[in-house]
Ligand binder design. Sequence first.
Ligand code: 7TS
Length: 414
Amino acid sequence: MNDTVKPIDFNVENIRQDFPILQREVNGKPLVYLDNAATSQTPKQVIDVIVDYYSNYNANIHRGVHTLSQEATDLYEQARIKIQNHFNIEKSYEVILTSGTTHGINLVASGFASLLKKGDEIIVSALEHHSNIVPWQMLCERTGATLRVVPMDVNGQLLLEDYDQLLSEKTKLVFVNHISNALGTINPIKLMIEKAHAVGAAVLVDGAQSCPHLKPDLQALDVDFYVTSAHKICGPTGVGMLYGKEAWLTKLPPYQGGGEMIDQVSFEKTTYAGLPHKFEAGTPNICGGIAFGAALDYMNIVGFDAIATYEHSLLEYATKALSQIEGLKIYGPKDLEAKTSVVSFNIEGIHPYDIGTILDKMGIAVRTGHHCAQPIMDFFKIPGTVRASFAFYNTMEEIDALVSGVKKAKMMLS
Ligand code: 7TS
């Protein structure tokens, strides 16, 4: 797995120098960027690749005999291999480059429309982002299949006994995120995959929130489909990947028709290209794909062990400091080993939006609202939360700024 990339000694001040945006001010204050679960920031190593691509290689891929097209194709296909290696995927053509997590989920959901029938069941977890709920509801409407939901407890952790009860020979598919975007809960996906496979169901794991924090081994997980977005992992927006086991990708019909996904076209009949091109109609986000590969290189150089250890210390520090604020309630697992570096909270009697607005005046970026996970907010009977999500380039001083900002906001709004 990316054996050529050797992690550096972790030094957050050096790492911060890689991110031009972290040097800017917002509202006259140094930017404190704590909205990493929404999108991560981009290091200059990735920005340089984007500039280099448009300065030196810009051409359409897989179609030109000319040198530029061949060079661009090589760079794009090298990125696919980087993704394959990073996620320990067996075959490079099991990597489908998409526009992001949402695209990957819709591709699979659309494909299963031809494989499901009335009476079949599909299971989602109570912790999902809307993009891992709505496509499956649409699939149920189209096929007559029924959607079942694995409930969670008050700590935002899935109830596995209920999952056991829901699984049956009617279950065809299970969808669960690896890590919840709203609460940071790490779900026991390996166990959930094993249990689903025991009843013959396929599993799609939404990895949008896990990839920034850990390095999933997809063969060891034995997952059927895995999706993620590059912009969560220091890459650009508008690109992501879908992993699917070859047998599934072969079984699913194409998602979109168009150029590049065909073998032969006539007005009587069209035959489709093999994997991965069958699912990659049209000109893709070429530069984005190449930059996705560069982002994985960058993250591997920082090193996922160091990232996990450091982010955990940020989580512990922030949880302790925020918990001392009277009236502040944190949602999600109490056991910090069961979550990543996300602190989702409210202060009694104060709307999360008001806290977020005041923090912004201090240059502190957090997300407020339902985080595209409305069922979680309904469960807690709240309109939303303030969510501070930390990355490996955040510092303890930034958490101090957050804590003092929240205290000031509380004083102003109480
Ligand atoms: N799944 C999860 C778990 C996510 O966190 C997100 C984005 C998506 C899917 C969708 O990803 P996209 O790249 O296709 O848009 N989550 C968030 C968030 O928490 N705040 O803004 C976007």
